[in-house]
Design a protein around this ligand. Structure first.
Ligand code: NAG
Length: 226
């Protein structure tokens, strides 16, 4: 799908920030290295499995296909002002890896999974609590926690996965609230070292080689204007 901006009246430009297939929209205002809106085609180009949730019958309520994920990702990038292609590519790659190509919103493995761990970045419960406090407020978190134990942890998680924008917003929130300016610059530079520094110095996981293909594919898709 491709809509020429010349065919749109001025008011339609308000859509540019959210809506998908308007590649012409901010052509003139976008500086090099910054990205236009992510489309479902972008996500499918990065990971073809996101085209459909049909193959994910086990946790059907949790799977978000590319059409559902794209607007939520755009909104989250807008909320946290993630404008560089390098940061966007890294966050998309990170979320795809952690959520099993967007099929999971909760941790399930080893079964039955860790209570309270989830969102598209599959964050641990302490980070989920911080994020829930930021986006839902301390009062809502305290109320959720009152359920106690695992139920309380899961109730806090629900606050951030009950809506796609929040669930896809966890990684952008994490980047902007946790990572150092140096780590962010490394992602913007789109270097392998920058990507690995993000994983090891901010996420504090290992730079496992199986994470790299998604990052490479994401950079390629975003830089080809997909
Ligand atoms: C995600 O997709 C990749 C490659 O297409 C595949 O190897 C991997 O198993 C998928 N993950 C899940 C959880 O389905």
């Amino acid at each position: 799908m491709y809509i020429k901006s010349s065919t749109l009246f001025a008011g339609a430009f308000a859509l540019c920030a959210f809506a998908a297939p308007l590649p012409d929209c901010d052509e003139d205002t976008t500086s090099p290295g910054t990205s236009n809106a992510i489309t479902k085609e972008t996500l499918i180009a990065i990971e073809p499995k996101t085209a459909s949730c049909a193959a994910s019958p086990k946790f059907p309520g949790e799977c978000a296909d590319a059409a559902r994920a794209a607007p939520a990702i755009n909104k989250a990038f807008e909320t946290y002002k993630i404008t560089s292609k390098g940061e966007q590519a890294a966050l998309i790659a990170y979320m795809l890896f952690e959520s099993g190509n967007f099929t999971y919103n909760r941790n399930h493995f080893p079964e039955p999974g860790r209570p309270g761990q989830g969102s598209r970045m599959m964050a641990m419960p302490p980070f989920i609590k911080k994020y829930a406090t930021a986006v839902a407020g301390a009062e809502a978190v305290a109320k959720a926690e009152a359920a106690g134990g695992d139920a309380g942890l899961n109730a806090v998680l629900e606050l951030v996965i009950s809506d796609d924008e929040k669930s896809f917003g966890s990684a952008p929130w994490f980047l902007t609230s946790t990572c150092t300016p140096e780590v962010r610059k490394g992602l913007e530079a789109e270097t392998v070292d920058g990507w690995h520094d993000f994983l090891t110095k901010c996420v504090e996981t290992t730079a496992a080689p199986e994470r790299d293909p998604l990052w490479t594919a994401a950079k390629k898709a975003l830089n080809s204007g997909n």
